[in-house]
Design a protein around this ligand. Structure first.
Ligand code: SAM
Ligand code: SF4
Length: 335
């Protein structure tokens, strides 16, 4: 038996998030600037390298793999990768293969994803207003995403909507979004905006809508019951008693969730970030590329990296200045 990945704080690492590309067909204002410079192709792990990398993590005890980006479904040949991961689901080593997507390409890929063994997808959507959607994503178009959601549900994928909570932008849609998700039998999770990436003129504190305030507003209309469910991540869930809906809150800034963290993040260039909120990372591309026929150096590099996983992050908005700010873009490490 291979030893599982346990970090210095006795947390077992069972969840790997992989940003498979830094590219995207949208330019969400809180995530990217309009004129992004993307990485040269040769920097990226090839699909075969991604397979080897993920398979190594699975052999070391990773049971959940989430594919993200950038927009994962704009990576050329992406289904080859998903189809390759199916073997780990079939063997039982991998318990879940899933992705986070902006939904723009789901009309094309939903059926294939289901066939590859994907059963749940997270789809990011911040507003149901077409004009506001075009404003916030710059390049996105709402009807295309709605068609993607339709296709996902038709294919049998369980959909969770992820909504970034943005002050003065979607505050007025709180109940509309909740009711819309209820009508389509989709879970809904709100995310607090995080200080990731230099995105130009946008001011983080202007965008910041505290989820505790949102929760209080929800409680004016619904009876909220806290759920014990934990994902090992920053999400906390409540049930709306009147509708039975589950609503999640991801509050990395106002709630400390690090003690139960079970995850690490791999970038499309093979850097392993042990914490979303820290700059520490380990290069896994060199041990992978330099040793084509031998996995031992890669395994050793992964174990060394996990041994450096920090206790927690340093994000903090409380002093009314964005401290703990990261220069890295969310599309680099994956959301
Ligand atoms: N393109 C895919 C998507 O949008 O779902 C996957 C990658 S995206 C970086 C993953 C998630 O990160 C999305 O739900 C997005 O809304 C969220 N995100 C991006 N920038 C963020 C920020 N600064 N603060 C909080 N969430 C952010
Ligand atoms: Fe693209 Fe997702 Fe970032 Fe929006 S949040 S720009 S869809 S990577």
């Amino acid at each position: 038996m291979t030893e599982p990945l346990i970090d210095p704080f006795q947390r077992a690492i069972s969840y790997l998030r992989v940003s498979i590309t830094d590219r995207c067909d949208f330019r969400c204002v809180y995530c990217m600037s309009e004129n992004m410079t993307f990485l040269p192709k040769k920097e990226l792990l090839t699909l075969e390298e991604l397979d080897r990398m993920c398979s190594t993590f699975v052999s070391l005890g990773v049971e959940k793999l989430r594919i993200t980006g950038g927009e994962p479904l704009v990576r050329k040949g992406i289904m080859t990768f998903f189809n390759a991961m199916t073997r780990h689901l079939e063997s039982g080593d991998l318990k879940e293969l899933t992705l986070t997507t902006n939904g723009s390409q789901l009309e094309r890929f939903a059926g294939d994803l289901y066939a590859a063994g994907v059963r749940r997808v997270n789809i990011s959507l911040d507003t149901l207003d077409e004009t506001k959607f075009a404003d916030i994503t710059r390049w996105g178009r709402l009807p295309q995403v709605i068609r993607g959601i339709d296709a996902a549900q038709r294919a049998g994928l369980r959909v969770k909507i992820n909504t970034v909570a943005l002050k003065d932008f979607n505050e007025d849609e709180l109940f509309t979004l909740v009711e819309w998700c209820k009508s389509r039998d989709m879970d809904l999770t709100f995310i607090e905006v995080m200080p990731m990436g230099d995105i130009g003129n946008e001011d983080r504190l202007d965008q910041y809508w505290k989820l505790s305030d949102m929760r209080a507003r929800l409680a004016e209309e619904y009876t909220l019951t806290d759920l014990a469910e934990r994902s090992g991540g920053p999400a906390r869930y409540v049930r709306l008693d009147e509708t039975g809906q589950k609503i999640g809150f991801i509050t990395p800034l106002s709630h400390n969730f690090c003690e139960s963290c079970n995850r690490v993040r791999l970038t499309c260039t093979g850097e392993l970030f042990m914490c979303l909120g820290q700059e520490d990372m380990a290069d896994l591309r060199a041990p992978l590329r330099n040793n084509p026929g031998d996995n031992a150096p890669l395994e050793a590099a992964i174990r060394d990296a996990i041994a450096l996983k920090p206790k927690g992050h340093d994000f903090d908005y409380s002093r009314q200045d964005v401290s703990g700010r990261m220069s890295r873009h969310m599309s680099h490490t994956g959301g």
